[in-house]
Design a protein around this ligand. Structure first.
Ligand SMILES: [Zn+2]
Length: 102
């Protein structure tokens, strides 16, 4: 098996964080609906308010507390890049493994 020894590898982790684990459950992208492995997907939590943002700004000036609830969304890599959540990195920079946020 000589041919497969020095195949190019784009990323050290191959874009995933599963390590030696064999398989893992798949999750669905909230934007395009693609099924992606859980460690490959990007989960982003934003805080949404039921009140109109312009009205909320005015109410906050007056000192009213407005309830905000967390909205967690899962994105596949192509949707995460499209939204600017993750960026394409330079060739050498790619080798650096960023710790996954929990
Ligand atoms: Zn997607």
């Amino acid at each position: 098996m000589e041919w497969c020894e020095n195949l190019p590898k784009k990323r050290k982790s191959r874009g995933r964080g599963k390590g030696q684990k064999g398989r893992e459950p798949r999750v669905q992208c909230d934007s395009c609906g693609a099924w992606v492995p859980r460690s490959k997907a990007k989960r982003i939590t934003t805080y949404a308010s039921p009140v109109d943002p312009q009205l909320a700004k005015e109410l906050e000036k007056k000192g009213t507390a407005i309830a905000k609830y967390p909205v967690t969304k899962t994105y596949c890599i192509s949707c995460a890049i499209y939204r600017g959540l993750v960026k394409v990195r330079a060739e050498e920079e790619r080798k650096i493994v960023k710790p996954k946020k929990t």
